[in-house]
Design a protein around this ligand. Structure first.
Ligand code: HEC
Length: 229
């Protein structure tokens, strides 16, 4: 009886302690590209990476390890900002990519924005728990827009007005891994406007709290029969 009272007192507060099942974000404004474009030309990026970022500059022809195509969705969706930052600042070993030690952080950021802009108008990363729904305000994108998921079998998306609701289709199926990553594209006029890279975490501590608050199925009368050993 004592333990029952204990449960009764604590379950509501546990429900309150569990992570919220909804998160929200706003898609970023379009990238600013002017400064990056100028740096890209002045510092010779263009000679290897090409006018359109396709990796087809005149110097690239002679390279064994060619620069990738910055316009390719499959190549670029998985390209974290930190990797680009390190490539520009430190160069890439065993490739022709030189280290540009003298750029300030803001110049590096301007170059990264320009490199991204070959494919998209904006790029963002989100992080959520497997059991959450992300509501994403897309007010920065002109309607009508559509969303294309990389993994429509695992995730679902719903658009209401200018809000995108993104979640796992059956969230318990996402629990097999501690973290996973997926991407989706927001398109308008047939072009990719924004690439969203989503990290999905199992969020173990919050998950355990959440599980405690879920209603349990009542055992049927057959199985609930008391067993006397
Ligand atoms: C001499 C040729 C050359 C020049 C000049 C050059 N790059 Fe590169 N860059 C490369 C090559 C080759 C790679 C690809 C290395 C790989 O991944 O195999 C690369 C990779 C990169 C990457 C990382 C993406 C990746 O493929 O992993 C970024 C970002 C980048 N370059 C930006 C720039 C910027 C910005 C400039 C100018 C400030 C610049 N590069 C100048 C040859 C060049």
């Amino acid at each position: 009886m004592k333990s029952l009272i204990f449960l009764f007192l604590f379950v509501p507060s546990l429900a309150f302690a569990a992570a919220p099942t909804q998160k929200s974000a706003t898609l970023p404004e379009a990238l600013t590209v002017e400064e990056g474009r100028a740096l890209y030309q002045e510092h010779g990026c263009v000679h290897c990476h090409g006018e359109q970022g396709r990796g087809d500059g005149p110097v690239a022809k002679g390279l064994d390890n060619k620069p990738r195509n910055f316009q390719d969705y499959e190549e670029m969706k998985r390209m974290p900002t930190i990797r680009m930052e390190q490539a520009i600042k430190n160069g890439l070993q065993d490739t022709a990519m030189p280290a540009f030690k003298n750029f300030s952080d803001s110049q590096v950021n301007a170059l990264i924005a320009y490199v991204r802009s070959f494919l998209v108008k904006s790029y963002t990363t989100l992080s959520m728990c497997a059991f959450q729904t992300y509501s994403i305000n897309a007010k920065n994108i002109k309607a009508p827009f559509s969303v294309e998921l990389d993994e429509p079998d695992n995730y679902s998306v719903e658009i209401k007005g200018n809000t995108i609701f993104f979640k796992g289709k059956v969230w318990p199926e996402l629990l097999a891994k501690k973290t996973r990553r997926t991407h989706f594209r927001v398109l308008n006029k047939g072009k990719i406007h924004t690439v969203v890279s989503v990290k999905i975490n199992r969020c173990d501590a919050d998950l355990i709290e959440l599980l405690k608050t879920l209603p349990c199925e009542k055992p049927s009368s057959e199985t609930s029969a008391e067993v006397h050993p």
